[in-house]
Design a protein around this ligand. Structure first.
Ligand SMILES: O=C(CO)[C@H](O)[C@H](O)COP(=O)(O)O
Length: 234
């Protein structure tokens, strides 16, 4: 089974997850990336069973429209029951690293609005400690060097992602070499640097459900939300 087969399988599992819970008025939040693209392609089969979608990138919006699926503005949505998106890394508490596709800010906004964030990934994305995948940081262009110096002070090695401009007109710095033992603290600290729009750590709003594909099937992982049990799956 290839990695792409696993991405397809986990997208199918997400579709099954929401199938019985959506209705004619539902608006669904849609992420960005190759796994999210598989979900979009499969969602076309449910056309007519939900009202519309909100997309976390122009690329996803275009793909959705290509399937004849309506994409509406997040500001016109009162309720978003689900947000379905991939990740670059996921830990045991379902904190994530995202933004490999440079869509992190819109992804974080849509995730923040959703009642349930379903993360879909193949098993290569599961990690014990976040940070092996460089943390993407969206930055206002004029602040690039200032933000780089500040990120170095946090112990990271920021690398400018050349040639990439986000849907919001900003640049991306990828921060290497961070061993993130406290994802919430790191997310907040990076976001407090002036000029940072947001960073790709999703810990303050982590996933609610992680669907993780392996060659033997898709595991369904959630965190029991009591402090003593945090990190245990059921
Ligand atoms: O955060 C993202 C885009 O900004 C993607 O969800 C992440 O990069 C995973 O991508 P893929 O599904 O292609 O492996």
């Amino acid at each position: 089974m290839t990695q792409d087969d696993m991405k397809k399988a986990v997208a199918a599992a997400a579709l099954e997850e929401i199938r019985g819970q959506i209705h004619a008025d539902s608006v669904i939040g849609i992420g960005t990336g190759s796994t999210a693209n598989h979900f979009i392609d499969q969602l076309a089969a449910l056309k007519g069973k939900f009202r519309a979608t909100v997309a976390s990138s122009e690329a996803s919006a275009e793909r959705l429209r290509g399937h004849g699926i309506e994409v509406i503005d997040l500001n016109d949505v009162k309720e978003l029951p689900f947000y379905i998106d991939g990740a670059d890394e996921a830990n045991l508490q379902l904190a994530l690293v995202k933004g490999g596709g440079a869509a992190l800010t819109r992804e974080k906004i849509v995730a923040a609005c959703a009642k349930e964030f379903i993360c879909i990934a193949d098993e290569s994305k599961a990690v014990e400690t976040l940070g092996k995948f460089p943390i993407p940081v969206e930055v206002i262009p004029m602040a690039r060097n200032y933000v780089m110096r500040k990120l170095e002070k946090l112990g990271g090695r920021p690398v400018y992602r050349e040639g990439v401009i986000t849907d919001n007109g900003n640049i991306i710095l990828d921060v290497h070499g961070l061993n993130i033992t406290d994802p919430k603290a790191m997310e907040i600290e990076m976001n407090s640097i002036v000029g940072v729009v947001t960073n790709g750590i999703f810990a303050c709003r982590s996933a609610d459900l992680l669907l993780l594909a392996s060659p033997t099937g898709v595991r369904r992982l959630s965190v029991i939300n009591t402090p003593s049990q945090k990190g245990e799956y059921y």
